[in-house]
Design a protein around this ligand. Structure first.
Ligand SMILES: C[S@@+](CC[C@H](N)C(=O)[O-])C[C@H]1O[C@@H](n2cnc3c(N)ncnc32)[C@H](O)[C@@H]1O
Length: 226
């Protein structure tokens, strides 16, 4: 059976801020795994459930919703339990979505879950597609019509209550064509050129010389594997 797992970013709360790809994932999937902080698995306090329900209403479709108890305790056993619910759902259905608020790349549990899924079911991990979304702070900026960065400003995203040493991911944008990238330093770099456009290329390192203006670099925080 060809199985498929979508990790869907829900955006900040308004179903109209879901991407077309997110809505298509809901259309294609048989069941949607929805996090809830309630130990009784009810969705009464689940923001994700509200967004998913609104999105399904917009689409005019119904899907099986599977509660995923997510107490947000930063505990490996909790993530393992959540990953098991997703894998169990994939035993019953061919195509399953798991949802996360805002964008999956910002303080979401999905990459903890994907690490566990990779260990337990490599073929499911291979089938997985992560769908990006609107972050809470992009939406906040639009709500008040104030730019997050202009001109030569930088943008800093900080955890208010860090549990351990704070590590940094750097996003480097607006390079000059022809520039030598030595000045960007060393680290866990990826280079993204012309994403989603003609000649799109993702290089899992820092390219030596910039060829296109539509190039961005990410120097990912150094993380221990789980
Ligand atoms: C676990 S993080 C998830 C961040 C999310 N992945 C994103 O892309 O924005 C949860 C934090 O995001 C912020 N957040 C998310 N949605 C929000 C909303 N609708 N309104 C205000 N803050 C929000 C709050 O700071 C909240 O404590």
């Amino acid at each position: 059976m060809n199985q498929k797992l979508y990790m869907v970013s829900l955006g900040p709360g308004d179903a109209e801020l879901l991407t077309y790809k997110a809505l298509e994932a809901f259309r294609k999937c048989d069941a949607i795994c929805v996090p809830t902080k309630s130990p009784d698995n009810s969705f009464s306090k689940s923001i994700s459930h509200k967004i998913v329900s609104d999105a399904l209403k917009l689409l005019g479709i119904e899907r099986e919703l599977v509660a995923v108890y997510s107490p947000m305790r930063f505990n490996h056993d909790d993530w393992e339990h959540e990953a098991d619910i997703i894998l169990d759902t994939l035993q019953k259905h061919k195509c399953v979505a798991f949802v996360t608020i805002g964008d999956a790349g910002i303080y979401s549990s999905i990459y903890y879950l994907l690490d566990i899924i990779k260990e337990k079911a490599a073929h499911i991990h291979k089938s997985c597609e992560v769908i990006p979304g609107v972050t809470s702070f992009s939406a906040a900026s639009a709500e008040v019509q104030k730019a997050l960065c202009l001109g030569d400003e930088e943008l800093l995203i900080k955890p208010i209550n860090p549990r351990s040493e704070v590590k940094t991911t750097e996003i480097l944008m607006r390079p000059k064509i022809g520039m030598n990238t030595e000045i960007l330093g060393e680290g866990d770099f990826y280079t993204f050129e012309n994403m989603y456009l003609k000649d799109a290329k993702i290089t899992p390192s820092k390219i030596a010389k910039v060829k296109k203006y539509m190039t961005l670099f990410i120097n990912f925080a150094k993380r221990k594997s789980l």
